[in-house]
Design a binder for this molecule. Structure first.
Ligand code: SAM
Length: 243
């Protein structure tokens, strides 16, 4: 199957994304480790380090999936704080909840099934929102960014961790080979699920590059937007504030 992204309408995209994450949920964590050679852990650690989150803070881990960031934030905010893991997909939420319970991450974490485009939280609520490898799956990214701005407190920050554009041509070429040849094959061999990993490669290719995403965040109303590249721009961490 080939997902013709430019021709699918938004209801189709939502269904497609739902199918992909229903299908990968059970093997999501192991595939992350294998396909990134463990490097996603470093990208996530750097996100935590840039978050400014402190004890007592309220944090939204949006598109939080299996909860890697939630687990770390839960320890930082402590008993006086709160972490909400929100995701549109029930299968991913279930895997996340079970994993975090097994790790003993309980007490200050709640789980909410929600679409990033229409967040079911009050205005000015969170000190920090993270969305890691989630935004590219969202159909209406501008609506999602506006929704995030609404639920952030004034002075709060948004961190978007997402695949982006490699800085050099040679890295781009290696990376394209990896995404379009290695990735679907690995998905087929390890998870018996070539289509989902083909979707992954195509969704990365379609996602806005560093400067475009920065502009989208500014248009949505975020202030002092900047970004840092990681792993040569394969991934970028964007940061913006609500004033
Ligand atoms: N943040 C986790 C991580 O970094 O490991 C999970 C990332 S996973 C690649 C992407 C997640 O985005 C999936 O769990 C998927 O269900 C979720 N997602 C996709 N579209 C969404 C939407 N419109 N609103 C909320 N979550 C969404």
């Amino acid at each position: 199957t080939h997902f013709g992204f430019k021709t699918v309408d938004s209801a189709d995209k939502e269904r497609l994304v739902a199918g992909v994450f229903d299908s990968v949920a059970a093997k999501y964590d192991i595939m992350n480790d294998v396909l990134s050679m463990g490097i996603h852990r470093l990208w996530k650690r750097q996100t935590i380090d840039s978050s400014g989150v402190r004890p007592g803070h309220k944090v939204l881990d949006l598109a939080g999936g299996t909860g890697d960031l939630t687990a770390r934030f839960s320890r930082i905010v402590g008993a006086a704080g709160e972490v909400v893991l929100a995701d549109i997909n029930a299968a991913m939420l279930n895997v996340g909840r079970t994993k975090l319970h097994d790790m003993g991450v309980v007490g200050n974490v709640s789980y909410v099934q929600a679409n990033a485009e229409k967040l079911p939280f009050p205005d000015d609520y969170f000190d920090c929102i993270t969305i890691a490898f989630g935004l590219r799956n969202v159909t209406d990214k501008d609506a999602a960014l506006r929704s995030m701005l609404r639920v952030l407190k004034p002075g709060g920050r948004l961190l978007v961790l997402e695949f982006s554009k490699p800085e050099s041509d040679w890295l781009s070429k290696i990376y394209d080979f990896y995404s379009f040849h290695f990735l679907p094959r690995a998905g087929e061999l390890i998870a018996q699920d070539k289509e989902s990993y083909q979707y992954l490669a195509e969704s990365i290719r379609m996602h806005p590059d560093q400067e475009t995403l920065k502009g989208m965040m500014e248009t949505a109303g975020f202030a002092q937007v900047d970004y840092q590249n990681m792993s040569g721009g394969i991934v970028a961490l964007h940061r913006g504030y609500k004033f």
